[in-house]
Write a protein that binds this ligand. Structure first.
Ligand SMILES: Nc1ncnc2c1ncn2[C@@H]1O[C@H](COP(=O)(O)OP(=O)(O)OP(=O)(O)O)[C@@H](O)[C@H]1O
Ligand SMILES: [Mg+2]
Length: 262
C-alpha cells in the first residue's frame, strides 16, 4: 500500500499545486510510482501538465462518485520528456469544473459516509502506487474535509511571508480537529516556498516557523523563481524544465525528505 498524502493549506497561492506537481515529479525520477490527484475543480494541476479535460471521457469526479470503475479508470500518464535516468510512473487523475458538483452530492451524506467513499477510492488506487499525492484547493470545502478525513499524511506548503504565519496556525488547529475524526492523520511536513534569499523578512519568517513548528518543517526551503511559472507554461516539472537549477534541486531534496519521513 502506497503512502497517501494531501497537499493542503486553506490559504490560496502558497504553492500547493506547484509542490504537488514537482514533489511528485521528483519522486517519480527517483523510481517511485506516483499518482497525482487533482482535487480542485479549477483543475490547476491538470492544466499544469497541459491536459485538456474536454478530450477525456472521465475525470476524478467520475472516479470517486461514478457508478462504474473507480479512480484507476480515469488515470492518465503524464508525459515526461527528459528521461535522464530510470523513472517510476507519473500519472494523473485529472479534474475539471465537474468536481464542483461533489459538494452537492456530499451535502446529502453523513460525514462518515463522505469520508468512507473517499477512503475506499484511495485504498483501491493506493495498491498500485508508492505515493498518491492529492492537490487540494484553498479553503475547506466539503470534499477537502472528506479527503483530510481519509488520507494518512499531509504536506502543508507555506510561502515565506508574515501574513502567511497566521494561516499556518489556522491549519494546524484544523488538523487537530481532523485528527479527532481521522486519528491516524500525520503532518508529513510544513514546506516553506517562494523564498527570496535577499529578503531579510523571509529569513525572519523561516526562523519563526522553525521555532514554532520545529521538526515538522522540512529542512529544504523552495526558492522563489520565475522558472516555476515558465515550467508550468511548458507543462513540465522543474526537473525537466531546468534540471540544474536551484529550484529543481530543492524539490529533489524535498522528495528525499518525504521518503525519509515515511
Ligand atoms: N517557489 C516559487 N517561486 C515563484 N513562484 C512560485 C513558486 N511556487 C509557486 N509559484 C507560483 O505562484 C503561483 C501560485 O502557486 P500555486 O498555484 O502552486 O499555489 P496554490 O497554493 O496551489 O494556489 P491555490 O490556492 O490557488 O490553489 C503560481 O503562479 C506559481 O507558478
Ligand atoms: Mg492550487
Amino acid at each position: 500500500m502506497g503512502r497517501i498524502i494531501a497537499l493542503a493549506n486553506q490559504k490560496g497561492g502558497v504553492g500547493k499545486t506547484t509542490s504537488c506537481a514537482n514533489v511528485g515529479g521528483a519522486l517519480a525520477e527517483r523510481g517511485y510510482d506516483v499518482l497525482l490527484m487533482d482535487m480542485d475543480a479549477r483543475g490547476d494541476l491538470t492544466s499544469y501538465f497541459g491536459i485538456n479535460t474536454e478530450t477525456l471521457e472521465a475525470t476524478v469526479y467520475e472516479g470517486l462518485f461514478g457508478e462504474s470503475g473507480g479512480l484507476s479508470d480515469v488515470v492518465i500518464a503524464v508525459e515526461q520528456t527528459n528521461r535522464r535516468r530510470k523513472k517510476g510512473r507519473l500519472e494523473l487523475a485529472p479534474a475539471d469544473i465537474d468536481l464542483a458538483g461533489a459538494a452537492l452530492l456530499l451535502a446529502n451524506m453523513e460525514f462518515g459516509e463522505r469520508q468512507e467513499i473517499v477512503k475506499e477510492a484511495l485504498e483501491e488506487v493506493g495498491e498500485s502506487y508508492d505515493f498518491v499525492l492529492l492537490d487540494l484547493p484553498p479553503g475547506l470545502e466539503m470534499l477537502s474535509v472528506a479527503v483530510l478525513g481519509a488520507v494518512d499524511e499531509i504536506i502543508v506548503p507555506q510561502q515565506c511571508s508574515f501574513l502567511a504565519l497566521h494561516g499556518l496556525r489556522q491549519i494546524t488547529d484544523n488538523i487537530e480537529r481532523v485528527q479527532e475524526i481521522n486519528a491516524g492523520l500525520q503532518i508529513c511536513g510544513i514546506l516553506l516556498t517562494m523564498h527570496d534569499r535577499r529578503t531579510v523578512h523571509h529569513r525572519e519568517v523561516i526562523r519563526m516557523v522553525r521555532q514554532a513548528f520545529g521538526q515538522l518543517v522540512f529542512e529544504t526551503v523552495v526558492p522563489q523563481t520565475i522558472r516555476f511559472q515558465d515550467a508550468a507554461i511548458a507543462h513540465q516539472t522543474i526537473m525537466e524544465y531546468d534540471p540544474n537549477s536551484e529550484a529543481a534541486k530543492a524539490y529533489g531534496a524535498v522528495a528525499q525528505e518525504v521518503v525519509e519521513r515515511g
